[in-house]
Design a protein around this ligand. Structure first.
Ligand code: 9UX
Length: 72
């Protein structure tokens, strides 16, 4: 089962920020793809909910020093 959710990301200032978040999320077990758009301040994440939760994803972003709010 695969789920696709969008998150509003706060705290990104430069392009390296979005790359850091992408790399960090892609390293999470259960995440099959993570894309972060700096201009739109948005992350699109595809994941398997039995391996990783929305909360895990938000906590990972926060651990990296940014904020994440689930959008849809
Ligand atoms: Mo750019 Mo982001 O120098 O945490 S990487 S501001």
């Amino acid at each position: 089962v695969k789920e696709k959710k969008e998150f509003a990301i706060t705290g990104m200032t430069c392009a390296a920020c979005s790359t850091r978040i992408e790399k960090g999320l892609n390293k999470l077990e259960g995440v099959s793809s993570a894309n972060v758009n700096l201009a739109l301040e948005r992350a699109t994440v595809e994941f398997n909910p039995s391996d990783v939760t929305i909360n895990d994803i938000i906590q990972k972003v926060e651990k990296l020093g940014y904020g994440a709010i689930i959008k849809s």
